[in-house]
Design a protein around this ligand. Structure first.
Ligand code: UDX
Length: 437
């Protein structure tokens, strides 16, 4: 199949690379000149494990090319994917659809051969109809039928998620578009991946409902964690105990400092807005958003309490600032709330993060950066784990205890058993560990 991917951002690039690896002929269209030059030179502009190897391989095989010429790329294409950004609009939280609609117009103006236009960007319910209307209003000489194909990729395991998805969701308007989409995903047949065809609005809703449900699951266990801290339970065991019920399932029940990232915060907010717009408030999701927002500051309080009620004049070693491990993404990371609040309370901060590069340094001014956990702990009055990178999972806790000026160990991801921490001579604070605190 001949595929065009518009937008070489996170979703677009991963999808383009994986489709080319399926054996399709893929042209990835990118307008940003600097990004395009990088891609053409075979450089991956984002951090995603395995992506560079797969991209280099498919460029070499001649299946993946990069271009800024949409008109030429679309000639003879079976499908044109829209994978441009939909950031949350400043002020009201609505998804900003400028890029999606501009792209639809450009497709309408430049289209010469019939194709299926597939929206991969996460777009509010009703957007795909509007994309169809915009393309039609340009009166292209041939038909472009809009389909919706939401993605469920997790940063850090996007390649695996693309190659071995739980399911493929496609909203279509006709059997012929369904046929094209079946063909594109045929390589996954061997793995018996369920592919579900729906109408456009249902596909759009599935994406928001999936992310809102997962965000709700996390927020639910986070509140149970708060309860455990007061009543004496252990939230990890509670999560295991309820997760063994197949109706609940054990995944996404890790209590922590609150969800962040590029999807959950944006998509929960967009669903709340859509509900309000249609007079059907999504009250559960509204509460999830509010509880998750408040949680980040509650973590600051927890750290201050662990430090004896004040961090004034103290140095705190922070391990991990990205919103989760295996990504350099800082979007809505809990660290962006916790660290400035600690500094306002008078603390000095030393940070270690395996990938928190330029973006983290820009977003967290005034903190000191070191290369490893032991350097961070050296002379600090407390050590706080915010992101559960592998590099922080097997630390020599006795060495950490020797390096710290005070034995304060705050594990916001519950990666260390409290007993092990206490045995090393450190005072342990976790999340939802009422029995030890
Ligand atoms: C998510 C969805 O999983 C994916 O399907 C969708 O396409 C995009 O959004 P991602 O944001 O990459 O993916 O990361 P994910 O692993 O889902 O984690 C999201 C946030 O929830 C992170 O901040 C993570 O730390 C937090 N989380 C996750 C928890 O706090 N507890 C959990 O049990 C799981």
């Amino acid at each position: 199949m001949k595929i065009v991917m518009i937008g070489a951002g996170y979703v677009g690039l991963v999808s383009a690379v994986c489709f080319s690896d399926f054996g399709h002929q893929v042209t990835c269209v990118e307008k940003d000149r600097t990004r395009l030059d990088k891609l053409r030179a075979g450089k991956v502009p984002i951090f995603e494990p395995g992506l560079d190897r797969l991209m280099t391989h498919n460029i070499a095989e001649g299946r993946l090319t990069f271009s800024d010429d949409l008109g030429t790329a679309m000639e003879g294409a079976d499908a044109v994917f829209i994978a441009v950004g939909t950031p949350a609009r400043r002020g009201d939280g609505f998804a900003d659809l400028t890029y999606v609609y501009d792209t639809a117009r450009e497709i309408g103006e430049k289209l010469k051969t019939p194709t299926v236009v597939v929206t991969k960007s996460t777009v509010p319910i009703g957007t795909n109809r509007e994309v169809q209307r915009i393309i039609d209003s340009c009166n292209p000489p041939v038909k472009a039928e809009v389909a919706s194909n939401p993605e469920f990729l997790r940063e850090g395991s996007a390649i695996e998620d693309f190659m071995r998805p739980n399911r493929i969701i496609v909203g279509v308007q006709s059997p012929s578009a369904e046929e094209v989409m079946r063909h594109i995903y045929r390589p996954l047949n061997l793995r018996e991946t369920p592919i579900m065809f729906t109408d456009l609005e249902t596909a759009e809703t599935i994406k928001y409902a999936a992310n809102a449900f997962l965000a709700t699951k996390i927020t639910f266990i986070n509140e149970i964690a708060d309860l455990c801290e007061k009543t004496g339970g252990d939230v990890q065991q509670v999560a295991k105990g309820i997760g063994l019920d197949a109706r609940i399932g054990g995944k996404f029940l890790h209590a922590g400092p609150g969800y962040g990232g590029s999807c959950f915060p944006k998509d929960t907010l967009a669903l709340v807005q859509t509900g309000q717009q249609h007079g059907v408030p999504q009250r559960i999701v509204e509460t999830v958003v509010a509880v998750n927002d408040a949680r980040k500051s509650a973590m600051t309080e927890k750290i201050i309490a662990a430090c004896g009620g004040s961090v004034e004049g103290k140095r705190i070693a922070v391990l991990g600032v990205t919103f989760k491990p295996n990504t350099d993404d800082m979007r809505d990371a809990p660290s962006l709330v916790i660290l400035p609040e600690l500094m306002t309370a008078g603390a000095a901060i030393t940070v270690c993060d395996p990938e928190g590069g330029a973006e983290a340094r820009r977003l967290l001014p005034g903190v000191d950066w070191v290369e490893d956990a032991y350097s961070a702990a050296d002379g600090a009055d407390a050590l706080v784990i915010i992101t559960e990178w592998n590099a922080f999972r097997g630390m020599d806790l006795r060495r950490i205890a020797d390096l710290l000026s005070a034995p304060v160990f705050v594990d916001l991801r519950n990666i260390y058993p409290p007993e092990e921490v206490e045995e090393a001579g450190l005072a342990h604070t976790g999340v939802g560990k009422g029995s030890v605190n």
